[in-house]
Design a protein. Structure first.
Length: 331
């Protein structure tokens, strides 16, 4: 089987780390086009959440072929992911000149304008939209909402749902707009009713749980997440449940879920932050230290784990755990 076929299969199977290693080997030791394989390596790194490394690899591809528009697009996407929005915007604007990547570059440019709160510019760019109307709607909703034109943004969401019933993205945006317009209690009452209808998809339960969290009703949110996990194996639900547990003082329950998420995606910085904070609050630093060694054994190329182990080790040395007398054990 050709290396590229192997690479595509690895991406489909979410074996991003293996895909990145294969692409790097082909770029520097294979007989193919090294710029092509550098682009593939950057794509695999992006899928792993390693945006900074992906940008550096795309830079190497551009140094070999300065007019490589795929490399330019990939670097811009990586810059956006790592928060360098201004640089990403400049890259997407340049990439729009190339028909082969024009569509993706335009979407990237709109993401940047909205992230920068340049909503009027985003609407101006949307005025000449000549692509799929469905693709334009999320940007239009966010730009209108950013300008405080809530009713207009809600109307776009409703139009969107009229052509794509129960669309997850449309419902999420609509719920947030309704909360801004109608308040948390009125919006929660609406989605509580929707979540109780068995024929409705899980997104309504997710929205209900999100509103419970925002309303300060963590126990109700967790109950909703428990129901959802019986209907869906979506890791996003597990993630939100873990974050809710951690933020509501139930760190010992949150930690195993956060560890499960990190085993699935060891580059997820948000989960790392939540895990470290929960371990500190619960007095579980030694457990975290052990877990990070286990994670490093599974993912030795995840170099950031060395820094986390070192930091936790220093904290343990500075504040060693108090030896148990046994009096606090359950009978």
């Amino acid at each position: 089987m050709a290396p590229y076929d192997d690479f595509k299969r690895m991406l489909r199977e979410r074996r991003f780390r293996e895909a990145a290693v294969l692409a790097e080997a082909q770029a520097f030791g294979g007989a193919g086009d090294n710029v092509f394989w550098l682009n593939q390596q950057a794509i695999a790194l992006l899928r792993m959440g390693r945006a900074r490394e992906a940008a550096a690899v795309a830079d190497r591809a551009l140094s070999r072929n300065p007019s490589g528009f795929y490399s330019l697009l990939i670097r811009s996407e990586a810059q956006f992911r790592q928060g360098d929005i201004i640089a990403a915007l400049a890259g997407f604007q340049e990439a729009r000149r190339y028909p082969a990547v024009q569509r993706r570059a335009r979407k990237g440019m709109l993401d940047c304008l909205i992230a920068l709160h340049r909503f009027e510019e985003a609407l101006a760019a949307l005025a000449g939209w000549n692509g799929d109307i469905q693709e334009s709607r999320p940007f239009r909703v966010k730009a209108l909402g950013g300008l405080g034109r809530i009713d207009e943004a809600i109307a776009v969401c409703q139009e969107w749902l009229g052509t794509s019933a129960d669309n997850r993205r449309a419902l999420w945006l609509l719920c947030e707009l309704e909360e801004r317009r109608d308040g948390i209690e009125a919006t929660l009452a609406k989605y509580e009713k929707m979540a109780k209808i068995p024929s409705r998809p899980p997104i309504y339960g997710e929205l209900c749980a999100m509103l419970y969290r925002r309303a300060g009703r963590a126990d109700r949110a967790l109950g909703q997440y428990d129901k959802l996990t019986t209907r869906s194996n979506d890791p996003a639900i597990l993630r939100r449940k873990a974050f809710t547990l951690a933020k509501s003082g139930r760190e010992p329950e949150a930690l195993p879920l956060l560890e499960e998420l990190l085993r699935a995606r060891p580059s997820d910085q948000y989960v790392h932050s939540a895990y470290g904070a929960a371990a500190r609050r619960a007095g579980y630093l030694e457990k975290a230290w052990t877990f990070y060694h286990e994670l490093l054994a599974l993912f030795p190329e995840e170099k950031s784990l060395y820094g986390r182990i070192k930091k936790i080790g220093k904290e343990i040395e500075a504040f060693p755990p108090v030896a148990s007398t046994g009096k606090d054990r359950e009978p």
